[in-house]
Ligand binder design. Structure first.
Ligand SMILES: [Zn+2]
Length: 450
């Protein structure tokens, strides 16, 4: 569905400046932006008074695991996209480690069909690489809704893994589009495992999956990209070493991202977080966190993502090392980054750059990522004065918890708008969760990638 809407008197984040004004969406597309205001309702549109609110382009999360098909007890494309919408995310890109894995035309089409029935937001899907599915990867190249190829170079959740040089070369030399790589070196992980297998303290995780694991794989992936002139996106950068090495090798070929949790937590938080904080690659150390912030600010890192990867608290309660790695994040990522902005870590404008413009540019999403006339009417209308405490009991994700439980955050979206229709509303009388307005399958589309 495509809506008509007039949003009046909000602070609009344009590409180079922010100004109070009105924004009109006609048939789902931003038709007029009037800085200074003055647009009168035409009687055929929903009118929103955004006095005191900030209009941001809808956030784009290019790294989520919504567990559909296969694990609806953790998440599915409906609960995941609702959770995303509640956090101001209007588009997401979903990873392929499902049951079954999304590794060929049939499994990809199945996810697109499920999404068309269940999603309330825009969506795109990665095709997963295996040792033997080159022809299958090629068969989905350029399909609407397919954003790129995902390679797990090191073992994580699921059984997708490609780490042998010959297999990697085959993929890099015979495919187009963008390859997104989980860069941890499998050989080093296996070799180190025996030294760490008896450790049950959570601090062992960052020691086991150390910076060197990440660095080896990141260097290998960048070399492959250069050798085969293939677009490469390194997912969830975590270490100072990688972040400080990348500027020398970044051209138009290589892009990267950082997760909000790696900008927010470090080893000092791990004891309290326990297995809730268990993610791959791990939460590292203060110097890593600070380097990631610096490299975000200097443009080395292109976007901020969640790697939303829900697991039940029951499975997390097993303890380290038996607990699965991964945490939910889509409903808190934008408020968390806006909270960092309010605390002086960055500007609201930077958050827009890292969570909207950046991902749209990295993946070549048509008409998305910024508030300009002619772009899709996708917005997060946020309240920077509404400080609320995140809590397990007020979450949309099916696993019912958040690693930010107990943290006071601001910038919660009052309205999330997709194609000119409100899909999530958080009124002043609503609880923190707000109201999910979007009907499954009625809003959001498979994204076109260039
Ligand atoms: Zn991931």
């Amino acid at each position: 569905m495509k809506g008509n809407m007039l949003i009046q008197n909000g602070t609009i984040y344009l590409q180079k400046k922010e100004e109070v004004g009105d924004l009109r969406i006609k048939s789902g597309v931003i038709s007029t932006i009037a800085t200074g205001g003055g647009l009168e309702p035409n009687g055929e549109e929903v009118v929103i008074d955004a006095t005191g609110l900030h209009l941001l382009p809808g956030a784009i999360d290019p790294h989520v695991h919504f567990r559909d098909p296969g694990q609806p007890e953790k998440e599915d494309l409906e609960s995941g996209s609702r959770a995303a919408a509640s956090g101001g995310i209007t588009s997401f890109l979903d990873m392929p480690n499902n049951i079954p894995n999304a590794i060929d035309k049939k499994t990809i089409q199945n996810k697109l069909d499920i999404a068309a029935q269940k999603c309330v937001t825009h969506h795109g899907f990665f095709v997963g690489a295996t040792k033997g599915n080159l022809a299958d990867i090629q068969s989905v190249e350029g399909m609407t809704g397919v954003c790129g190829i995902k390679i797990f170079m090191g073992s994580s959740t699921g059984d997708l893994l490609v780490h042998e040089q010959g297999d990697l070369e085959k993929i890099f030399s015979n495919t187009g589009g963008i390859i997104a790589v989980h860069a941890e070196d499998e050989n080093r992980l296996q070799e180190r495992h025996r030294h760490f297998k008896d450790r049950t303290d959570i601090a062992a995780h960052a020691e086991y999956r150390d910076t060197e694991c990440a660095m080896i794989a990141t260097k290998r992936a960048v070399s492959l990209a250069e050798e085969h002139e293939h677009r490469l996106h390194i997912v969830h950068l975590t270490s100072a070493e990688e972040a400080n090495w990348l500027p020398s090798r970044k051209g138009d070929l290589v892009t990267t991202e950082v997760c909000v949790q790696h900008l927010t937590f470090d080893d000092r938080d791990m004891e309290e977080l326990g297995t809730r904080g268990l993610v791959n690659p791990p939460i590292r150390y203060e110097e890593d966190k600070e380097a990631l912030w610096r490299r975000l600010h200097d443009g080395t890192i292109d976007c901020v993502v969640t790697d939303h990867a829900p697991h039940s608290l029951e499975s997390k309660s097993v303890g380290y090392p038996g607990s699965p790695a991964g945490m939910p994040g889509v409903e808190t990522s934008l408020p968390l980054m806006l909270t960092h902005a309010m605390n002086g870590r960055c500007k609201v404008r930077d958050v827009v750059r890292w969570m909207s413009e950046g991902p749209a540019k990295v993946y070549g999403m048509k008409n998305k990522g910024s508030l300009v006339e002619g772009n899709d009417g996708d917005l997060a209308i946020v309240d920077l004065d509404n400080w609320r405490t995140a809590s397990d009991s007020e979450t949309w994700t099916r696993v019912g918890w958040t690693p930010y439980d107990g943290m006071k955050l601001t910038g919660w979206p009052s309205y999330t708008v997709v194609d000119g229709e409100v899909i999530h509303l958080r009124g002043s009388n609503d609880g923190l969760k707000g109201q999910s307005i979007g009907l499954p399958g009625a809003s959001g589309r498979a994204i076109t990638f260039s």
